[in-house]
Design a protein around this ligand. Structure first.
Ligand code: SAH
Length: 224
């Protein structure tokens, strides 16, 4: 990708990203590693060109197929929760690749990212963006992420960007000892949950963190 396009000009520039980071600080995000990565990640390349001038607004934006690029605040929050709660971060599973923006933020902070998406064209665009950014520690799978990625597990952490109605037992089962799961749960009303596996036991401690609004976790493969 052309270097100017990557760094951004005008509304997609470094200064605009600095303002985004200031807003995140005001909203209570405090992990400097996360803020640094978001300061340096070009969010506009995760959107179609017609929308790229809006990339640094703190809103969810459409990426096609009825899906959205998550709001920067929620990407920052979920990432800082995950970093704060997990001990090791060698292997992280992401459910719902979407545009790949959250994937890209994670890939700069953890060892290996495994990302599952049920809509093939979204997955392909995300894969290309990762290549353009030179990130090599991400593996993609086209599948129903509600079942995780058992062949690659267990994972130190799992992050879901889509909301199931109930806690998926398959994801809990793929947590490594002391592993953590950050996931929105619910329908019309959703809440962000943090689940921690206690050592290598089958005991899980759950904290309900804050109300959120995610797209639903849908069953099977699809195009919408
Ligand atoms: N963090 C992403 C969020 C995308 S929205 C971004 O910022 O772009 C959530 C994504 O989850 C959508 O792309 C949707 O297709 C996907 N999704 C929904 N149900 C899924 C499932 N069962 N398995 C895998 N992906 C799923």
């Amino acid at each position: 990708m052309n270097q100017n396009l990557m760094q951004g000009i005008g509304m997609t520039s470094q200064r605009t990203r600095e303002r985004l980071v200031e807003r995140l600080l005001d909203q209570g995000v405090s992990n400097w590693e996360v803020l640094d990565v978001m300061r340096n990640t070009p969010r506009h390349i995760f959107l179609d060109e017609a929308l790229s001038h809006r990339a640094y607004e703190d809103t969810a934006l459409p990426i096609g197929f009825g899906q959205t690029l998550s709001q920067p605040y929620i990407v920052a929050r979920m990432t800082e929760i995950l970093l704060g709660a997990a001990g090791k971060l060698d292997k992280v599973l992401e459910v719902g690749t979407g545009s790949g923006y959250q994937t890209c933020v994670l890939a700069q902070l953890v060892g290996q990212v495994y990302s599952v998406e049920r809509i093939k064209p979204l997955q392909e665009k995300a894969r290309k963006r990762m290549r353009d950014l030179g990130l090599r520690n991400v593996m993609f799978k086209h599948a129903d992420g509600g079942f995780g990625w058992p062949e690659k597990g267990p994972f130190n952490a799992i992050l879901s960007a889509a909301a199931p109605q109930r806690m998926p037992p398959e994801l809990l089962a793929q947590l490594a000892p002391d592993g953590v799961l950050v996931i929105p749960i619910g329908g019309e009303k959703q809440e962000l949950h943090l689940v921690m596996r206690e050592g290598d036991s089958d005991n899980f401690v759950t904290q309900i963190l804050e109300p959120v609004k995610f797209v639903p976790l849908k069953p099977g493969l699809g195009n919408a």
